[in-house]
Design a protein around this ligand. Sequence first.
Ligand code: SF4
Length: 451
Amino acid sequence: MTSENLLQKYATSAVPRYTSYPTAPHFSTDLSPETCRGWLERVDPSEPVSLYLHLPFCREVCWYCGCNMRLAARYEPVAAYVETLLREIDLVCGFLPGPIEIAHLAFGGGTPTVLEPDDLERVMSALRSRFRLAPGAELSIESDPRTLTDAMSERIGKLGFTRASFGVQEFDPKVQEAIHRIQPPDVVAHAIGGLRRAGVRHINIDLIYGLPHQTVASLTRSIATCLEMRPDRVALFGYAHVPWMAKRQRMIAEDALPGPEERADQAASAAEALISAGYQAIGLDHFAREDDTLAVAARNGELHRNFQGYTTDRARTLLALGATSIGRTPEGYFQNEPVPAAWTQAIEAGRLPVAKGIALTADDSLRAHVIERIMCDAEIDLEAAGHQFGQPDDWSADALEQLRDMAEDGLITLDGGHLKLSEEGRPLVRVVAAAFDRYLARNKARHSVAI
Ligand code: SF4
């Protein structure tokens, strides 16, 4: 089947991005905070863990945004949130079996840099007093170049952050207006320069294709501008238009959105521009300089996937703090209350603020492994995976028909138990991964299109 026909058949499939398996729409409110407390108590103290903190506040609302965020017109709600976050650190640490080492810390949002520098320092001091930072631990923070102050840049450097991520998306003024995010290149360059001068060594830039009024030409120009800023990593996401879930996306003019073929052209030409500039393509949507740890991990087959996308983070336990954050232990996933008031109320009552989650079965763990390896390596030895998880025979019965169909279409090759995506199939990796998703058919939750 030609690439064009493959696109026509598969690109409009609604499939998850597989930053977890099972995915969040399949979490259940039946999971109790007491169960999650038991999971935390059984975390192996000899293994490093990862930590994610969520700050759901921004100074402005971008219309494409699908995150859990609130407009912070005043600082008071942000200050109150920080107080609760400090209490949550104490609460969660009280359930853990002793001091634990952190290998990765990510502060996301929202926009964590809307915090006052002193509040960021209080949060980091609380974490440093409760956890041990592993030598060479990665400390990353998301930032909005429009609102990052020089004082905050300096403090981020002083606190030892090693990586900062900037949402750039696209530099074309017409596109920026259509998504309600105006940030000229000099604003972004100033923010990046300030962090570098403060000692933050690594910079990530996020770009998006498939935005209203975006074209191959506008995206190519944006990438050229972005490359002048020498990011270590570039994430290139397809805009996920899901206004039935993210209501602010109703502000986006649907008739200005590019169609599937134009989206595919944008993705392909952007990838080509980044690869020609010396970046290594990683998985579905990341690019990294060859000396970046993500590129090294990809070359060594040690890439992983979590809620931030592709990562070098291999910890089996992720402690997640803040409203809406999702954590996990080897026993399951658990998501905090998304509304800050409910999250605060639970913490004040001394309860884990868990709203929902899922306990993993052996079948879930096997499928999570298969899906993660497909998303990271574009290939998997299915027989070996079945043996590794003690289920060599029956795990793929419901996927076989779809896989045969995909092999006939040239999306994958199936050689005995070895599945490998073809070059044409790589952009449709989410569709291939979805063949192993036992929950997808059962639930009508609507996801974004595959490209
Ligand atoms: S895209 Fe980022 S800065 Fe914009 S509203 Fe969403 S979280 Fe805030």
